[in-house]
Write a protein that binds this ligand. Structure first.
Ligand code: BG6
Length: 492
């Protein structure tokens, strides 16, 4: 690639001593350099409370790369672009010193005054940091300034609105990149391509031919060491408000008139506007919440959620949510979108199953049997690809029909070759492409959908169901689909 096309920027990471930086951000920047997506015109400034030196920071970056990628070529040259700046987010002089450092790095690395401020830290400081960046002049450069914000973006609509107002005092909407890492996943990005580039699917993509759509994101891991955060969040805020609703929006949106950021976002917004609101007193008709109890997975005994660190022994926090969403527009009226997500389930899997309606007459009718439906399965992770379930003739057995699977797996031999979500999102941000980031309107609409549900649950409406660790969630979630004559399709 011609170096002229490489995006140039200083990336300032707030929370650089934290877990996200170590697990995701440093390896992503490394791969962008190794894959020649960015050249040598970049520098990374790690900002944190700890009094680290540049060398300590660089050693930490080296560890992070070595433990996450099998390669470790040119590590010394790579880490020489990394600088550490001890920082107090509430102290104006910290910002002034940082500004001097950024000015120097612009000269050293020819980054043309372009700056990414990446907030990968406790959300209570997002507003303060954004405002100080502007007040102390860090956003006034010859180049561009962009603000990347990690979740959670608020806790409910009022807190999200307050946060948004604070950051909007310093950055305009075009400069704000709200991360939803699901939007960086290869197969989530593929939803649009599968839908809009295939004559085969789009004509069938509506309530005349689709019976229901299921979106599952199941995890094997429990809450790990995030009890403190999770107790105030729960699966609804942690997964549904963002990742799950984003996938639903991509599945349900109308074809945009162009593949531009604004057009795509505006179609997604329309879906979120068409979501039928769930009123507080009808939440249990549409949503099931669950919490993992102890159980067993792969021969290992697992403790229940209430026994985890930093979790209240009487916690009512949900670690599982299943829901039935209805989208009140012409295309989707009457088609349920079922979503479910949970921790300590039987498999790590994110999968979308589109179930087509039955054909008008079953010529292959056998007493007591129905013909299996056609399914389009979009495998997001860990496998990537699509599967189409059709019915075909059984070998040698005239007049009989059997389900067969057409499998299209992405060439996914080695995680290293598949760009990580964060790698793609960072690169998009450096190039100024905000398509795969969440616009404020999407955030606001998602919270307005989710808020009455959490409100009802916090008032104790609808009991919390218990499920064994290592199972696929509470029975109540199966019952919800059974009432509609449907069933969850397996994720494994
Ligand atoms: C994060 C949640 O946003 O997504 C975590 O905070 C969850 O609780 C994670 O584990 C799941 O992401 P992935 O990419 O592993 O499906």
């Amino acid at each position: 690639m011609n170096t002229q096309q490489h995006p140039k920027s200083v990336i300032v990471i707030f929370g650089a001593t934290g877990d996200l930086a170590k697990r995701k951000l440093f390896p992503s920047i490394y791969r962008l350099v190794q894959n020649e997506k960015i050249g040598s015109e970049f520098a990374v400034v790690g900002v944190g409370r700890r009094p680290w030196t540049n060398d300590e920071f660089r050693n930490n970056v080296t560890d992070s790369i070595q433990s996450s990628t099998k390669e470790s070529k040119n590590l010394e040259e790579f880490t020489s672009h990394f600088y550490y700046h001890p920082f107090d987010v509430t102290n104006p002089s910290s910002y002034l010193e940082l500004n001097d450092l950024l000015g120097n790095l612009d000269g050293t690395y020819q980054t043309e005054g372009n700056r990414i401020f990446y907030l990968a830290m406790a959300p209570e400081f997002f507003g303060t940091i954004a405002q100080n960046l502007k007040k102390q002049g860090l956003t006034e450069t010859n180049g561009w300034s962009r603000l990347v914000i990690e979740k959670p973006f608020g806790h409910d609509l009022p807190s999200a609105r307050k946060l948004n107002q604070e950051i909007r005092e310093a950055f305009n909407e075009e400069q704000i990149y709200r991360i939803d890492h699901y939007l960086g996943k290869e197969m989530v990005q593929n939803i649009e391509v599968i839908r809009f580039a295939n004559a085969l699917f789009e004509p069938l993509w509506n309530n005349r031919y689709i019976s229901n759509i299921q979106v599952t994101s199941s995890e094997v891991l429990g809450v790990e060491d995030r009890g403190r955060y999770y107790e105030n969040s729960g699966a609804l805020r942690d997964m549904v408000q963002n990742h799950m609703l984003q996938m639903v929006a991509l599945l349900a949106m109308e074809p945009p008139i162009k593949l531009t950021t604004d057009e795509i976002r505006s179609e997604k917004v329309k879906v979120l506007r068409a979501l039928r609101p769930v009123k507080e007193d009808e939440v249990s008709n549409y949503f099931v919440r669950g919490q993992y109890a102890n159980g067993e997975l792969d021969g290992k005994q697992l403790v229940g959620y209430r026994e985890e660190n930093n979790v209240d022994p009487e916690s009512q926090t949900e670690t599982y949510v299943a829901g039935k969403l209805l989208i009140d527009n012409f295309r989707w009226a009457g088609v349920p979108f079922y979503i479910r997500t949970g921790k300590r389930l039987a498999a790590k899997s994110t999968k979308i199953v589109v179930q087509f309606k039955d054909i008008p007459m079953n010529l292959y009718y056998k007493k007591g049997e129905t013909l299996p439906p056609n399914l389009l399965v979009i495998n997001i992770q860990p496998d990537e690809g699509i599967t189409l379930q059709l019915n075909a003739k059984k070998d040698g057995d005239a007049g009989d029909s059997n389900p067969v699977q057409l499998d299209l797996s992405n060439d996914f031999h080695d995680g290293i070759n598949t760009p990580e979500a964060y790698e793609k999102l960072l690169y998009d941000c450096m190039r100024g492409d905000a398509t795969n980031f969440t616009h404020w309107d999407e955030v606001a609409l998602s919270w307005s959908f989710v808020d009455p549900i959490s409100e009802a649950w916090s008032k104790g409406k609808a009991a919390i169901a218990s499920y064994a660790s290592g199972s696929m969630g509470p029975k109540e979630a199966d019952d919800m689909l059974a009432e509609d004559g449907n069933q969850w399709w397996p994720v494994k």
